[in-house]
Design a protein around this ligand. Structure first.
Ligand SMILES: Cc1ncc(COP(=O)(O)O)c(C=O)c1O
Length: 400
């Protein structure tokens, strides 16, 4: 099929829930991807913060092939070795003592909401309310989308899940005002990514941890986008000197394959008993093998330090572009390799201009240009990306 035929067939047969670029990606290697017209792109989007090691990373590819030759899929009524190894690995590199595996970020959040309610009900307490935050994003299933504090994602889907209330991000009094004797959990992203790359304030996070401990409320972190090294640490909570009771992970977790996980402490784990929750594919051997290869590579190749250093480098370069184009950009924000440039206008056309220049980036909260490159990028990649960004910005200025 040629490019036009592929796009046409997509329009004919796919439900139109995405605003897609008219680009057909065919293959990739590291931080580069190639389209059906043989154009090459520097990928500073990574499939929305998924491809921590870029495309076709040999260790991950080999892990997938070797496991696929042995065992494709089994049910969770049996054990599989890669999955139990991965569960231990995740506990070794985090606060957690137990893991539940699923297939996506929204499922990981959903599991957290259910476990929080079950935990208190098992203890004989009628606590079921959840506090989340305005401008948050937690996924598209009903619990997660209700917890998502943005009306635009919820319109037309009502009635939503009862018992979820929204506090103001970075405002501890707003959280305190919503707490009552029915409050089970507070759910928060350390960086509101879809909400425009807004990092939580360190003082606020410490106060939130203190407040939730004092009131016996479960603190759930949504690290679906910020986890697995994206911020230059394995988990973003490490920047804040706190630990949650539960944490949702997904995106980069599976080394490019679909995987989600809920990580929890022993204490809250007792809320779930056999039959309370499940997933047919969760923790599948092939995905688990890919996830182990992905995480072991990130650790073994010191990519956390690499990501932190390149995050600083990219940020400085983005700030220079901001200074050069003040008509377009007002601020650079983020931590490590999840960075956003706030724009004076909607970011969608700038995203297209960047693609025309051979640079894949994303947008967030309509007016923020989002950069989530693979953790393996080099300074030379950043320099090239910045050159493309500058050209795109010059073109974008002609658009209005
Ligand atoms: C913070 C956060 N939570 C949850 C989700 C939902 O993840 P998924 O699309 O894998 O369901 C996302 C997706 O962007 C996210 O950024």
């Amino acid at each position: 099929m040629d490019t036009t035929q592929i796009i046409q067939q997509g329009e004919d047969y796919l439900l139109p829930v995405y605003n897609r670029q008219k680009i057909v990606l065919m293959r990739g290697e590291g931080a580069h991807v190639y389209d059906s017209e043989r154009a090459v792109y520097l990928d500073f989007f990574s499939g929305i913060a998924v491809n921590a090691l870029g495309q076709a990373y040999p260790e991950v590819v080999n892990a997938i092939i070797e496991e696929a030759k042995k065992l494709g899929h089994i049910s969770n009524v049996y054990y599989n070795e890669p999955n139990v190894k991965l569960a231990k690995l995740l506990c070794d590199i985090s606060f957690a003592q137990k893991v539940f595996f699923c297939n996506s970020g929204t499922e990981a959040v959903e599991a957290a909401l259910k476990l929080a309610r079950k935990h208190f009900r098992r203890e004989g307490q009628d606590k079921f309310e959840i506090i989340s935050f305005y401008h948050s994003f937690h996924g598209r299933t009903y619990g997660s989308i209700t917890a998502t504090g943005q009306v635009k994602y919820q319109e037309g889907l009502e009635p939503l899940l009862p018992g979820i209330h929204y506090a103001t991000f970075n405002n501890i009094e707003s959280v305190r005002g919503l707490i009552n004797d029915k409050t089970a959990a507070v759910l928060i992203e350390p960086i509101q990514c879809e909400g425009g790359i807004q990092p939580a304030d360190p003082k606020f996070m410490k106060e939130l941890r203190g407040l939730t401990r004092e009131k016996g409320i479960i603190l759930i972190l949504d690290e679906v986008q910020t986890g697995i090294g994206r911020t230059g640490k394995m988990w973003a909570y490490e920047h804040y000197g706190i630990e949650p009771d539960m944490m949702a992970s997904a995106k980069a977790l599976g080394g490019g394959l679909p995987m989600g996980a809920l990580l929890v402490t022993n204490q809250v784990s007792h809320g779930f008993k056999p039959g309370d929750h499940a997933s047919t594919f969760g923790g599948n051997p092939i995905v688990s093998a890919a996830a182990i290869a992905n995480i072991e590579t990130i650790i073994g190749k010191d990519l956390l330090v690499h990501a932190a250093q390149h995050g600083v480098y990219l940020r400085q370069k983005l700030q220079a572009v901001q200074a050069e184009f003040p008509q377009l950009f007002t601020e650079v924000r983020g931590i490590g390799l999840v960075l956003g440039m706030e724009m004076t206008r909607k970011a969608a056309s700038m995203v297209s201009e960047c693609a025309k220049q051979g640079l894949l980036v994303g947008s967030a909260h309509e007016n923020v240009l989002r950069f989530t490159p693979p953790l393996i990028i080099t300074e030379a990649d950043v320099d090239k990306a910045i050159e493309k960004l500058r050209k795109a910005a010059a073109e974008e200025l002609q658009n209005k």
